[in-house]
Write a protein that binds this ligand. Sequence first.
Ligand code: ATP
Ligand code: MG
Length: 595
Amino acid sequence: MRYSKAFIPTMRHVPKEATMASHVLLIRSGSVRMLSKGIYSYLPLGWRAVENVARVVREEMDRTGAQEILMPFVQPASIWQESGRWDGFGPELLRFKNREGADYAIGPTHEEVVTDLVRREIRSYKQLGFNLYQIQTKYRDEPRPRAGILRGREFIMKDAYSFDADAEAAQRSYEGMVVAYARIMTRLGLEFRAVQADTGAIGGDLSHEFQVTTPSGEDVLVLCDKCSYAVNVEMAPAYGDGWTCTPGEAQGGTSSEVHTPGAHTVEEVSSFLGVTAQDILKTVVLHDGDHHHAALVRGDRELNLLKTARLLGVREVFLAGDEDVRRLTGADVGFAGPCGLEKKVESIIADREVEGMAGFVCGANRTDHHLKDVHLGDIGADVRFADLRKVTDGDGCPRCGGPIHTEKGIEGGQTFYLGTIYSEKMDATFLDSGGKSRAVEMGCYGIGITRLVAAAIEQHHDENGIVWPIEVAPYQVHVLQLGAGEQAAAEAERIHDELEREGLDVLLDDRKERPGVKFFDADLLGIPVRIVVGEKGLKQGALEVKTRDGSISESIPPSDVVGRAAGIVSDLRDEALRSAGERAGSILKETGLQK
Ligand code: ATP
Ligand code: MG
């Protein structure tokens, strides 16, 4: 491809709202453009990267024997009503009516469609033992699309669904997908951890997330330094089986109000009153869609919203809005406390640790005021205690007691062992070998194709631009033709053509631009191998061949550069495949799926 003819609208400056590296660099490199919130166009470079991720996913899915299909993304309400998710999925499901007034949705995922497809065809156990996948645009009306294509509303997903006759075969299908996912992530050059995960709106009882580890991730992973324990923090219990706490002196009546002007946060209150964060009780006002609740945690702890939702028996809980907090507590945000709140909220719940607190500081439900020397008895209401806090660095591993640490991750993919939850609801049954009717055992497996492109950049960039892993890179070799001389132009053309003949994807920068501009753009675009073809080099009989990550930088005779560049690309690919094989060999042990 000749740069002078390519549509690569690079930018020096990006919109202020782009803060994450992948978002900034995808825009600056002319790879994507936003049409509307969470909805993007993929330009030639961006689309090539997307297609590369899709190619690797396809190769690895096909390798497991899974078969590619394409299902409709416009889905009738009836199948969602059958599964119970028309009401259960929430506002992320974008619904509309067609011209006949019938209800439809745009597919956020395809369990219903695929179950409907399969139930019409399956009669006997002999037909089972297959996996169907598709690569397709999904739509989820995300409340907060963020970071460009990392969390879009419209995005491309690979979703696969396995169908087996019994639990044992289904477990093997599940393991096969875990291995395939390990190969996919590794081939794409991504550092990842497979962690146990909540099954969320999809359902089922066994699930792993494939988390691309990066400080910019929004998920928190809890990892044991001693054993293989690895879970999403949402799932991590804070208290092992033997954990107890000595209840604090509950007798109240000693509390008094103190003036704490402008002290909203735990840090501000602790420095204002000269107490530690452990001496402060934090009151979090929550909303579950129907009711408000107050949740109490120690000042140095964070509330885990998933555990809280489970305790309350609701699908999701949210932090109450500022307006609600003001109305319920009668005070600005930052001054909520449990005393006197019981009539304003449906329930007051607290983390187990709170039971051990006494003589603490909490909000007074009056702006700029706190209470001190408070005891649980002062709350004047029943408080339900449960494991509600987030696990954090310094906690013990719930499995082996060893030290744990946390890391941030971007969820690149998730596997679910569904069992029969969909097949029972939707009547996808078959006759087993004994002639008995049984529900099909299912699994489902998603990978965010477009998200992985962004995740690859989060892990692979520097201050000058993208550093594409070889399998994702839109082009593998970038030929920079420097100067206006005819010889350099002819030589650059020859190298470009020969590399293409070798089957490589090559971008030839033949633009009439200064060398500085070309180097600047080459760093920004991040193509793995670079060849510099300038008059000076040609005169000296040595051209520069370099990798974008700086690991290789050589001056070699012009006649050798094609062979050398092709050699580097194939070494990088081989290395990606080799590591993929290695990680695939250990992933089932790593996840504890096999001993
Ligand atoms: P998240 O927790 O990030 O919202 P999810 O758990 O709801 O994701 P799944 O239903 O597990 O997502 O979907 C499978 C994969 O699709 C995810 O692992 C992720 O890579 C991708 N994905 C999900 N939502 C989005 C989105 N809004 N934008 C881009 N990719 C997404
Ligand atoms: Mg998920």
